[in-house]
Write a protein that binds this ligand. Structure first.
Ligand code: UD1
Ligand code: UDP
Length: 377
C-alpha cells in the first residue's frame, strides 16, 4: 500500500515526522512524502532534524501571502503529484491550510484520506481562525479519522461522519519522547544546546514564550507584549521569546519588546533546542497548540493566551490555565505561579493526557488493517 503524507508547516512536520519514519519502516507500506513548504524556513529545520528528504516539494510559501492565494497554490500544485503517485491513501495533519487543501485535492481524485489529529474542536469558527473551519472540513471527507484522545473521538462520533475513528494518542508525544531520549542520553549535546543561552542567569527563573495565532493579531498581540513588558520588570525572571516568522507577529513583538531588560527575542528555534529550553523553563506562556500538548509531559505549567482551547485535557489535568490576552490576567496568573510555591507545586506535575508515545505504531497498524488497542488515559 502506498501512503502519501502531505504537510507543510512546522507543527505538522514535528507531528508527522515520527509517523513518516514508522511508515517507511513498515514492510507492508511504501512511504511517499510531499511537503508544500507553507513554512519554508521553519519546515526545513524540522526535516533536517528528523532526516526526512521529501519526494516532492511544492515550495508554495510567499512572504505574507493571503490564505486564498496560499490555498489556490497548494490545490493546483498537488494535482499532478496525485496523478503521478496514485497513492492508496493520503495522510494529512491537523488544521492548517496545507491539510485542508491536500484533503480536498485527494478527494477530487477519489483517493481515501486519513486525518492525523482528527476531532479537535472549539465549535467556534472564529477561534482559532481559520483552523477550526479547516479541521471540521477535513474530518468531513476522511476515511480514516485518527483521533488523539477520547474527547476528540467523542466530537467525531457526535458529527456522524463517514470515516472510521481510532483513538491513537497524539504523535507529538512520540516526537517529544524521541527528542527527549536524544537530549537526556547525551551530556555533550545538552551542553551544545545550552551554549547559545549562556547569557541566561541560572539564578533567575525562565519564562518561555511563543505566540502566532491570527485571531490575536492587532490588539491581542499588543496586550500580550505589554504583559511581557510588565513581567520583565521583575528581577527574578528572564523571558525567552522565539518569535514566529509571520510578519504580523514579528513587527509588533519587535516594536514593543526589542532591547528590553530581561527579554531575549530570538529567531524560531529548531525543535531540539526548543525542547531543551522547555525543560529548563519554570513557566510557559503560549497560544500554540503543540506546546500545550508537550508541556504537561514535561511537568511545566502553561498559561494559554487564548479564550478557548481545543485541547481541554491539560486544563482538566491542571497543567494548563486559559488566560486570554488580557494584560492584567496574564500578569496576575504568572505572578501567582512565580510567587506562590504551593500553587506552583500543584500545577507543575508531569502527566501525559495527550499520548503514550505509541501513536505512530497504532496508525501504521490501522493502515495495515490490523486490530489496534486504542490509546487510553
Ligand atoms: C500556520 C497555520 C496555523 C499553524 C501555524 C504554525 C494556517 C492557516 N495556519 O499559521 O494553523 O498553527 O502555521 O506555526 O494554515 N513565514 C516565513 N517563514 C516560515 C514560516 C512563515 O517567512 O518558515 C511567514 C511568511 O511571510 C508567511 C507567513 O509567515 O507568508 C504566514 O505563514 P502561514 O503559514 O500563512 O500562517 P501562520 O500564521 O504561520
Ligand atoms: N516549536 C519549535 N521551535 C520554536 C517554537 C515552537 O520547534 O521556536 C515547536 C513546539 O515544540 C511545538 C510546535 O513547534 O511542537 C508548535 O508549533 P506552532 O506553535 O508554530 O504551531 P501550533 O502547534 O500552534 O499549530
Amino acid at each position: 500500500m502506498k501512503i502519501l503524507s502531505v504537510f507543510g508547516t512546522r507543527p505538522e512536520a514535528i507531528k508527522m515526522a515520527p509517523l513518516v519514519k514508522a511508515i517507511a519502516a513498515e514492510p507492508e507500506l511504501t512511504s511517499v512524502v510531499c511537503v508544500t513548504g507553507q513554512h519554508r524556513a521553519m519546515l526545513d529545520q524540522v526535516l533536517s532534524l528528523f532526516q526526512i528528504v521529501p519526494d516532492y516539494d511544492l515550495d508554495v510559501m510567499r512572504p505574507d501571502q493571503g490564505l486564498n492565494a496560499l490555498s489556490a497554490r497548494i490545490l493546483t500544485a498537488l494535482d499532478p503529484i496525485l496523478s503521478a503517485v496514485r497513492p492508496d491513501c493520503v495522510l494529512v495533519h491537523g488544521d492548517t491550510n496545507t491539510a485542508l487543501m491536500a484533503a480536498i485535492a485527494a478527494f477530487h481524485h477519489r483517493i481515501p484520506v486519513g486525518h492525523v489529529e482528527a476531532g479537535l474542536r472549539t465549535y467556534d469558527l472564529a477561534r482559532p481562525w481559520p483552523e477550526e473551519m479547516n479541521r471540521q472540513l477535513v474530518d468531513r471527507l476522511c476515511s480514516h479519522l485518527f483521533a488523539p484522545t477520547a474527547t476528540a473521538a467523542a466530537h467525531l462520533a457526535g458529527e456522524h461522519l463517514p470515516g472510521r475513528v481510532l483513538v491513537t494518542g497524539n504523535t507529538v508525544i512520540d516526537a517529544l519522547f524521541a527528542t527527549l531520549a536524544r537530549i537526556e542520553g547525551d551530556a555533550a549535546l545538552q551542553a551544545e544546546l545550552d551554549a547559545p543561552f549562556a547569557m541566561l542567569d541560572p539564578a533567575r527563573r525562565l519564562i518561555l514564550v511563543t505566540g502566532h495565532r491570527r485571531e490575536n493579531f492587532g490588539s491581542g498581540f499588543i496586550d500580550i507584549c505589554e504583559a511581557l513588558a510588565t513581567l520583565s520588570a521583575r528581577d527574578d525572571v528572564e523571558i525567552v521569546y522565539p518569535v514566529h516568522l509571520n510578519p504580523n507577529v514579528r513587527g509588533p513583538v519587535h516594536d514593543r519588546l526589542f532591547g528590553r531588560k530581561n527579554v531575549h527575542l530570538v529567531a524560531p528555534l529548531d525543535y531540539l533546542p526548543f525542547v531543551a529550553l522547555m525543560r529548563r523553563s519554570t513557566l510557559v506562556l503560549t497560544d500554540s497548540g503543540g506546546v500545550q500538548e508537550e508541556a504537561p509531559s514535561l511537568g511545566k505549567p502553561v498559561l494559554v493566551m487564548r479564550d478557548v482551547t481545543e485541547r481541554p485535557e491539560a486544563v482538566a489535568a491542571g497543567t494548563v490555565e486559559l488566560v486570554g490576552t488580557d494584560q492584567t490576567r496574564i500578569v496576575t496568573a504568572a505572578a501567582r505561579l512565580l510567587d506562590d510555591p504551593v500553587a506552583y507545586g500543584r500545577v507543575a506535575r508531569r502527566s501525559n493526557p495527550y499520548g503514550d508515545g505509541l501513536a505512530c505504531r497504532r496508525i501504521v497498524d490501522a493502515l495495515c488493517g490490523r486490530v489496534v488497542e486504542p490509546f487510553k488515559l
